[in-house]
Design a protein around this ligand. Structure first.
Ligand code: FAD
Ligand code: NAD
Length: 465
């Protein structure tokens, strides 16, 4: 017998999109239920952003210890560093547990009901949840689809045996001797770097002619150079044909048709993620699509009245902070507020070593948009703080309109530059001009001084170069 409950807002998926929508709705007094089939926190907290950044940090610290075991110019010496990967994974799991527990507590604090189980959509106002102990029917005025995405398989290389996705790669029982990574994008390079630093021989196979093809080439050059220094092999412009007959090597083909086999103890398949739109009754709604994703408007409305979609299920950019911002907006719309999703920029960070951060328009994008812009870069080689951190590779670049100096984009590559994302987004959102950034006193010595200096350089009077 199924019990029926009613609510104003029913959220399917407790990831960063869904849980933020629910918290905000709760704050606004909207009766809200979230249905989550796994742990609250979604891909981001359980098998995405947070666990990957935890492993990136652990691998970085281990690499540093190994550097100190050699000849260190800092005068530090360390003997025989070792890593217990079981303990590393347990530490990472501890962070995940603290954060997912925190999300549960926040939902409760804001009066949101969390229903654990898998939801099946019956119609635009009714969902059935398999809780494991029976089923529950929930009726709602507003249905918010926040079911996220899943790793994309390759027909010639299904996830099985040695072929793993990021989910398994984030909880290794041991580090493989030879890892082949298919896909030189975010996941392939973030996790490929982790495995290399933890001791694996890593080869990255990328279909395009360069790594991170969605970023402009100037930004990816320092990352490619660092990968080469680390000993990561790059096989660019190659097609993956599948595993060999013995199942211990990846067959790849170059543009001329020549085939090679890359020996692999493990293969990390990271060729993108696809919106989770199949297998839970969503087909019944016949919502408009944009490719694989649900089509939404600038209020995250789907093609059906009072059915909303946010985050990865609504396509690119598949980033946690975009999902959260959409979730907050939908909650406010459901509560009767006037909102539109029109951010000046959605920043993106690739947590490679060095990191890349972008917000707003790159020079080529500004040009394609018909804007006449000035562009200026300030290198970390001329920044004192970067020298004290032994990380002088990279630069900060600004793009601004030539006529009125309005800043339209920021890019940076270098160690620790992810933290510049806040300054970049804030200046874009507040409509800063080059003079605003150049005239702001930036604390010394910090990497942020390169932001001010890039703006000054665009104005023709950088001080330290
Ligand atoms: P999700 O986080 O995927 O959450 C969807 C939730 O819905 C899941 O918990 C799922 O169990 C649940 N669900 C699905 N179907 C049902 C159903 N029928 N019934 C009940 N529950 C259901 N983004 C960044 O911004 N920065 C990063 O550093 C970053 N790193 C990443 C690293 C990795 C390895 C991966 C895989 C992703 C990373 N991302 C990162 C992307 C980020 O995780 C996603 O963009 C974000 O989680 C999307 O949020 P969401 O709420 O749309 O969906
Ligand atoms: P991605 O889109 O970043 O990269 C996939 C790469 O695989 C691309 O470079 C593509 O050219 C390549 N590729 C596609 N098909 C291929 C094939 N058959 N053979 C070889 N290469 C192939 O995807 P991802 O790395 O799987 O990550 C998925 C998504 O998760 C990202 O797009 C991003 O939205 C999110 N993510 C974000 C972060 C972050 O914000 N730091 C980190 C990890 C993941």
């Amino acid at each position: 017998m199924s019990e029926t409950r009613t609510t104003t807002l029913l959220v399917i998926g407790g990831g960063p999109g869904g849980y933020v929508a629910a918290i905000r709705a709760g704050q606004l007094g909207v009766s809200t239920i979230v249905v989550e089939g796994q742990q609250p926190g979604g891909t981001c907290l359980n098998i995405g952003c947070i666990p990957s950044k935890a492993l990136i940090h652990a691998a970085q610290e281990y690499e540093r210890a190994r550097e100190y075991a050699g000849a260190s110019p800092l005068g530090i010496s360390v003997q025989a560093p070792a890593i217990d990967i079981g303990k590393t994974v347990a530490w990472k799991d501890g962070i995940v547990a603290r954060l997912t527990g925190g999300v549960e507590a926040l939902l409760k604090k804001n009066g949101v009901q969390l229903v654990r189980g898998w939801a099946r959509v019956l119609d635009g106002k009714t969902v059935e949840v398999d809780t494991g102990q029976g089923s529950q029917r929930i009726q709602c005025e507003h249905l918010l689809l926040a079911a996220g995405s899943e790793p994309m398989p390759l027909p010639s290389m299904p996830f099985a045996g040695r072929v793993i996705s990021s989910t398994e790669a984030l909880s290794p029982a041991s580090i493989p001797g030879r890892l082949v990574v298919v896909g030189g994008g975010y996941i392939g390079l973030e996790l490929g770097t982790v495995y290399r630093k933890l001791g694996a021989e890593v080869t990255v196979v990328e279909a395009q002619e360069r790594i991170l093809p969605t970023y402009d080439a100037e930004l990816t050059k320092p990352v490619a150079a660092a990968l080469a220094r680390m000993g990561v092999q790059l096989c660019l412009g190659r097609k993956v044909l599948g595993m060999n007959a013995a199942g211990d090597a990846v067959r790849v083909q170059d543009a001329s048709g020549a085939e090679t086999a890359l020996p692999a103890d493990q293969v990390l398949l990271a060729i993108g993620r696809r919106p989770r739109t199949q297998g839970w009754g969503l087909e019944n709604l016949q919502l408009d699509r944009a490719g694989n994703a649900l089509r939404i408007d600038d209020q995250c409305r789907t093609s059906m009245r009072n059915v909303w979609a946010i985050g990865d299920i609504a396509g690119e950019p598949m980033l946690a902070h975009r999902a959260m911002a959409q979730g907050e907006m939908v909650a406010e719309l459901v509560a009767g507020q006037r909102r539109r999703f029109a951010p000046a920029a959605i920043p993106a960070v690739c947590f490679t070593d060095p990191e890349i951060v972008t917000a707003g328009l790159a020079p080529q994008q500004a040009q394609a948009a018909g804007l006449d812009c000035v562009t200026a870069a300030f290198p970390f080689a001329a920044n004192g703080r970067a020298m004290t951190l032994e990380s002088t590779d990279g630069f900060v670049r600004v793009v601004a309109r030539r006529d009125n100096h309005l800043v339209v984009g920021w890019q940076a590559v270098g160690r620790g530059v992810s933290e510049l994302a806040a300054a970049f987004s804030q200046s874009l959102e507040m409509g800063a001009r080059l003079e605003d950034v150049g005239g702001t006193i930036h604390a010394h010595p910090t990497l942020g001084e390169a932001v001010q200096e890039a703006a000054l350089r665009a104005l023709g009077h950088a001080l330290h170069i």
